[in-house]
Design a protein. Structure first.
Ligand code: UDP
Ligand code: MG
Length: 348
């Protein structure tokens, strides 16, 4: 059993991988010799997977997991965490914005009894003003809306204990906002403030569209406030409507014929757009409910790359986080058995 697992989702990160491999390996080796690095290839179109295979063939600490397609950051992360076997699990991005050297401090804080040590950004270098300000606004809005307090300016860079990770993996939700889920599980948690660096190479894999989707996943996953918003806005509009009716009656009694087209159009347009907006909000929740009801696997694994045999228990975890053992066993059958047997165990 390795003492430490490092989980890294990689999507088109060929320019970062060499430096990443070297720095993360050094940071792990400074803490323990029993470590594994789980590199998850999230359907990259570049040389990311061949490079991971190459590292895995030379270094027994490396476990490569190749997903069948791009499943997105949060699911790639989940795939890696599912495969990790360490007593402690570090999650870090592939672009080296979060310094792996902080692992030592995180380990020391965990020794003091914390189950989760999360990196909290003091500064973010090399990111656009737009990204910084939208991210900052997002975390503050989320904190107001969410029923679980989610720490500000905290990404997925964190060290977790085995029991915290197991609790996290027992949550079967499809639309995952991992940093919020970690807050939800509880256990003693603490922050390690740090300055976020610039991306080592390449460009962000979170264009605006993905950022918006991520934000909506976060809000719908942790709050039903937007649904309540519908009734609140209904109340406000109802009160305004009552005023309008009073005005109409008074105008009628006073025999003032109102031309009325402009005000009528304004009311129709405003009401129409509010109704569409509220329907859209309900649709967001309903859509998620629908997707969740299909109970699809969270991710699918195509290949694994490592040096020794992957044990059955670990192979059973490939594919998806199933709520019960039978479903999990069925999933294993659908995987390529030969690969599991030929596959290698990253850590003895
Ligand atoms: N990533 C991924 N799948 C995706 C998008 C991103 O695995 O569909 C990985 C990416 O390789 C990186 C991490 O998620 O390791 C965070 O992405 P990025 O650094 O581009 O996001 P940013 O820091 O710009 O928000
Ligand atoms: Mg990044």
């Amino acid at each position: 059993m390795p003492q430490l697992s490092v989980v890294i989702p990689c999507y088109n990160e060929e320019d970062c991988l060499a430096e990443l491999y070297q720095r993360v390996s050094a940071a792990c080796a400074a803490c323990t010799e029993h470590y594994e690095i789980v590199l998850v290839n999230d359907g990259s179109g570049d040389r990311t997977w061949p490079m991971i295979q190459d590292y895995a063939s030379r270094d027994p600490h490396i476990l490569g997991v190749n997903l069948t397609r791009n499943h997105g950051h949060q699911l790639a992360l989940t795939a890696g965490m599912t495969m990790a076997r360490g007593d402690r699990i570090l999650v870090i991005d592939a672009d080296l914005q979060d310094p792996p050297e902080l692992l030592k401090d995180m380990m020391a804080m965990m020794d003091r009894g914390f189950d989760v040590v999360y990196g909290q950004r003091r500064q973010r270098a090399g990111e656009s003003l737009f990204k910084k300000s939208t991210a900052s606004l997002f975390y503050r809005v989320l904190l107001r809306l969410s029923e679980t307090p989610i720490p500000l300016d905290t990404g997925d860079f964190r060290l977790m204990s085995r029991r915290a990770l197991d609790a996290l993996l027992a949550m079967p939700e499809q639309h995952r906002f991992v940093r919020g889920m970690v807050s939800w599980i509880g256990f003693p948690q603490t922050a390690l403030p740090y300055d976020r660096e610039e991306r080592f190479a390449g460009t962000t894999k979170y264009p605006l569209k993905k950022m918006v989707r991520f934000a909506i996943d976060a809000i719908t996953g942790f709050s039903i406030q937007p649904l309540r918003f519908a009734s609140q806005i209904g109340l406000v509009l109802g009160a305004l409507g009552a005023l309008l009716v009073a005005y109409v009656i008074v105008a009628w009694l006073a025999n003032e014929t109102v031309a009325g087209w402009t005000s009528l159009m304004a009311v129709v347009v405003v009401l129409g757009s509010v109704q569409m907006f509220v329907l859209g909000v309900i649709g967001e929740y309903l859509g998620r409910l629908y997707m969740q009801s299909k109970q699809r696997p969270l991710f699918l694994v195509q290949d694994i790359a490592c040096q020794a045999k992957v044990d059955a228990e670990r192979a059973a975890r490939l594919g998806f986080v199933a709520p019960d053992a039978t479903a999990r066993d069925q999933q294993v059958v659908s995987l390529d058995q030969r690969q599991i047997q030929d596959g290698a165990q990253a850590i003895q």
